[in-house]
Design a protein around this ligand. Structure first.
Ligand code: GAL
Length: 419
């Protein structure tokens, strides 16, 4: 399907950059830590592995299972503490900046300049890819979290149209449940609950409220009536989840929608990678639409490969990896499989399916209209300490530990302590 694009400009810029390190003693391998272990994720990662291997770089895979990357970040901390950092690490938003502040990341400026990354990577991503004027990581995609993935056969059977408002959503879920299906496929892990929370905050409070509450971490927004409504709505959604949700991986929840056991999943567009991997086609087998009440907004997260400062003999292969990630043709091939959209603004949507085209158009429109916001659940709204403190409350409430009023209070307290 995809053939490595041999771009003369890229190749020559790149040759100049790697000439020195690729000596007789150069280590032509990269060790890459990531959490892409589901079927769709692994298929996407293979595009990158194959590209590099055809370029003479061998790939030492370091997968750490666990959607959202919490476990991967724990393993990474241990590796760096032991003085043994991988070449590159899949990473999200504020985590990248934290590692940069610790002085652990490489300086990719020569390569970035040669390949003109400044001109093609969206500003929203550059904010997390650069530190102190230096490029420190290579952005591979833009995902967004406010999507709904629906089984089309169930929607057809029950004559459901796409819900646009909260009330329409609840009415659709009632009908799906009454027909004997699990209405909401969900995996009970904190990051998955937080992913739904992103969408519910945006839908309930609107973009200005999302900004104040989850990005500015404004105490009065967090203690407002709106936040209580958010938790009330989270409890309503909890009522549509099956009994076996606890601890379920996100891709198994996606499989419930794929297999017509469940009506919808609220999940980022990595879920599309699972549908594609199962040979499902948008608008024939499944539907993708924005969470009701968030049709103009995009809550995004971008996977990047943070490049660690490595010894001179490993820098050549590291630069090849970074260059391969930013290659325009790779960005198309990878994101078609992954479910995300390119991390460059100059990649055509030609190869993308209907959901991918929609995602690209909506991302551009949201960016132009001031409706693009970092995902709280996926590390692009607030630093990891705040995110993790928030996870605990969102999950405890989802599991019935607090009512909505107590949860809103606990959430505001947790954020205040962590920020
Ligand atoms: C997200 C990541 C996605 C996907 C997902 C589930 O944080 O950005 O690429 O991997 O976790 O694993």
């Amino acid at each position: 399907m995809f053939k490595r694009y041999k771009n003369i400009g890229l190749a020559s810029a790149f040759a100049a950059f790697v000439a020195a390190p690729l000596s007789a003693t150069a280590d032509d391998s990269v060790e890459v830590l990531h959490w892409w272990t589901s079927g769709g994720e692994a298929a996407a990662l293979n595009v990158l592995k194959d590209n590099l291997e055809s370029d003479g770089v061998s790939w030492n895979d370091m997968p750490v299972a666990g959607g959202g990357g919490e476990q991967a970040m724990t393993v990474l901390r241990a590796r760096v503490t032991a003085g043994n950092a991988p070449t590159a690490v899949q990473m999200l938003g504020f985590d990248i900046l934290d590692w940069a502040r610790e002085g652990k990341l490489a300086d990719l400026n020569d390569l970035a300049r040669a390949e003109n990354w400044d001109a093609v990577v969206p500003d929203a991503l550059q904010g997390f890819a650069k530190h102190d004027g230096k490029w420190i990581s290579a952005p591979v995609n833009v995902h967004s979290t406010n999507w709904v993935w629906a089984n089309k056969a169930i929607f057809d059977e029950l004559n459901l149209s796409t819900p646009r408002t909260w009330d329409q959503l609840v009415s659709a879920l009632d009908k799906i449940q009454a027909a004997g299906y699990t209405a909401v496929a969900h995996g009970g892990q904190p990051w998955q609950e937080a992913t739904i929370f992103d969408a519910v905050v945006m839908s309930t409070g609107g973009p200005a409220f999302y900004q104040r509450a989850l990005i500015d971490l404004d105490d009065s927004a967090l203690r407002s009536r709106t936040m209580r409504t958010v938790f009330e709505r989270m409890a309503i959604l909890r009522g549509y989840v099956d009994d076996n949700f606890s601890g379920r991986d996100w891709n198994l929840a996606t499989a419930m929608v794929i297999n017509k056991q469940a009506g919808v999943q609220f999940m980022g567009d990595w879920a599309k990678g699972e549908f594609i991997n199962a040979d499902k086609v948008p608008n024939r087998d499944f539907l993708c639409f924005r969470f009701p009440g968030t049709t103009q907004q995009v809550t995004f997260n971008a996977d990047q490969f943070a490049m660690f400062a490595v010894s001179g003999d490993r820098q050549g292969a590291q630069a090849k990896l970074a260059s391969a990630i930013l290659d325009p043709s790779f960005q198309s091939a990878f994101n078609v499989v992954k479910g995300s959209v390119p991390a460059r603004t100059d990649v055509s949507d030609g190869a993308f399916d209907a959901c991918g085209k929609k995602g690209m158009a909506q991302l551009a429109a949201a960016n132009n209209s001031g409706n693009l916001f970092g995902s709280f659940a996926h590390g692009h709204a607030a630093p990891a300490a705040v995110k993790n403190a928030g996870y605990d409350v969102i999950t405890a409430h989802f599991n019935g530990e607090y009512d909505a009023a107590a949860a809103a209070e606990e959430f505001a307290d947790a954020v205040a302590d962590a920020k």
